[in-house]
Design a protein around this ligand. Sequence first.
Ligand code: CAA
Length: 298
Amino acid sequence: MSINTVGIIGSGTMGLGIAQVCAQAGKKVVLVKATPGDIERPRGKFVGSLDKAVERGKMEAALRDTIIANITFTDQEEAVADCDLVVESVIEDIEIKKALFNRLEGICRADAILGTNTSTLSVTAMMAVCQHRDRVAGLHFFNPAPVMSLVEIVHGFETSDATLKALNAFCKEIGKAPVLVQDTTGFIVNRLLTPYMLNAIRMLERGTGTIETIDQAMMTGAGLPMGPFALADYIGLDVVIAMSQNIYEDVREGHHAPPHTLVRLVQLGYLGRKTGKGFYDYSAKPPVGNPALVHPVI
Ligand code: CAA
């Protein structure tokens, strides 16, 4: 089966990024805002970021226009009825995702593939609420989606070979490098990356180093583009804590539970770049470590 039209449910960072990748590769995209609110907000954000790329000479104006022309923005889930593939990228809440899959089965064609961009939740749990379970799979993109090549194709318990093959071909068509992974909490990347970020936070709490020195050490000593605190802020601390909770829930090993400092930052609404403050304070130029965390918390 070839995939030419893609529905994306959720217009957050990942939904918009996936929409860009697909539209840029010539796919027709229907992007559905999943929560109530003005559709012009995500649309404006999307167009604004493409405009910025054009202004900085990173993108041709013609490509921007093609991308925009390939995307229909809507707040109506029913608009994905004719899509070959629908990818959900809504909040990391299993009950919300299960309810969405249930509704999608009623909306989509029987041969459409239903994918989830979940970071750590069980694809099989989402599949379980569906009648046609063979066409459900994980399709996990990485942030920023237009830049990161990897897509984890997640094999749920009853995903068919035909679905996996179609997704593999689709990923290649949109310029991504897919890997096949079994449905285990965190798949490959987040299962390794989440404990790494949690360990860095515990290292900060022990006073081994500061936010800046730990980040700098991992960039210059391990050759990574960002240190663990910059990365956590980039991903979003609400996402990092959800990944930690989901992995902990699965394995029940204490070192996977969210550290104290992460819990407190999320309680305060300091979610990283998207709120202007997390481990770093982005209102300062250049960003500095959150003053509340300069001295180890424990
Ligand atoms: N959209 C499109 N292009 C973008 C972009 C975006 N949001 N952000 C950066 N870019 C492009 C830039 O235009 C630039 O392109 P060129 O090389 O063609 O000029 C390139 O990426 C590099 O960007 P910058 O020079 O602005 O900045 P940088 O060199 O500091 O790179 C970064 C920024 C790509 C984010 C880099 O720091 C990086 O790779 N960081 C690690 C990101 C990472 O690990 N992501 C995975 C997180 S885990 C996840 O997502 C899974 C999950 O489920 C939570």
